[in-house]
Design a protein around this ligand. Sequence first.
Ligand code: HEM
Length: 447
Amino acid sequence: MQKISYCLSFTMSILQKKIPPTLPETSPVANGIALTRDALAFYTRLARDAGGFARYELSDRTVYFVNDPRLVREILLVREADFAKWAFNESFRAIFGTGLIGSHGELHRRMRKVAQPPLQPSVVPRYAKIIVDLTRHRMDRWQNGIIDLSREMTMLTVQIVSSALFSVPLSEETATEIREAVSILMRLNTKLGGAPEDVAAFRDANEIINRIVAEIDDRGPSDPNDGNLLALLLEANRAGLLSREQMHQELRTFLLAGHVTTAQTLACAFWLLARHPQAQENIHRERDRVLAGETPRLEHVERLKFCERVVFEALRLYPPVWVFGREALNECEVDGISIEVGQELVVVPWLLHRNPEFFPEPDAFKPERWENDLRSRLPRGSFLPFSTGARSCLGEHFAMLETILVLASISQQWKFADLPGSPDPGWSAQLLFWPRRGIRLEGERRA
Ligand code: HEM
């Protein structure tokens, strides 16, 4: 009798516990397969059929999916102390290790403090000249015809990040090595623990990055006194604030996070412009008006409004960080739902950015939607290419300055057209949102 009453009260407590809706007629195994096959299609279906705060079961856990800007803001900002960062998958851990992106708690707070100064909005403008000089240098190599924008933007942005943040210029050979290693890390990122040759290729690519990071440390900053990140890390190492190993983890993090995302955004922006001749025309008109034949400089950035709108629109439609998440550190409640310690909450900017309430005609490329400072009028959790809160992107100001200046510099001298048949770049949601087949366009030097 006692046992029956216990079972009854246990069942009642489960029934009474408020849980968010999930997909009808599904199972943990089916969810796992659907996520591996096409994660964006899965989350789109979940948002459509279960709403802005939903759950899905996997074979070993329940995951909450948060697609309501009000709740996203609550998790990332209001209750940020209740959550730690969620590691996307095993390869995320292998790539980002214990650097700023992958670390937690005290270590993360300490390292964010050490790394922050060279990325402050007041300091970032000093990188403008490096960005423009390296862009012009890269364009000098181009000839009319097919240009592999994915490749070129990757080479450019990795050289920019190393020169600007480490004061260590990278040779063409080293930039190529990084590009090839990163493309393996991206391509194989979901296959750790997969075929032995894939696992070996992933490890080798990771080792190449480690070796280059050690070389950057050996060379040291060419200017140790300009407050660059490498000089600051070396100083913190001497002061006993971080080990050499931790320092390499941070260099790795900035070398990778500081170029893959901006390269993807830039290649994507040129691809979108090539498909929208009117927008490309607007960029060229803005260039004539603002630059009037001069080389782009920091002073121009404020007035390159159309370039900024193109960058925002590329980040809205194709956010490189298409998903991120949090893991509950404390038992807490979100929208009346109790979340247990260790449970995961997933946010998908790719979907948030397609909410027709904030972005009418959400699938259309319309840079003009950003007129009249739309960004500052949007609710906090609705446009999150750089996330928000304590774990938001440390490189946001750097990335915005860089993408606007590169876009303006290249558009000043080049125009692009889509290749015949508009080949599909193979957008795929892996570790990053990524054009699997790369972006290649027909380039023509402007008279
Ligand atoms: C368009 C370019 C970029 C995009 C879209 C982007 C996006 C993001 C996002 C969404 C996060 C946070 C994820 C989360 O909340 O879990 C993040 C974190 C981070 N990003 Fe970026 N990023 C970009 C460029 C950069 C650049 C240029 C740098 C360095 C120079 C950088 C360094 C970092 C670092 C260090 C973190 C970790 C911050 C922390 O956890 O404290 N990012 N980025």
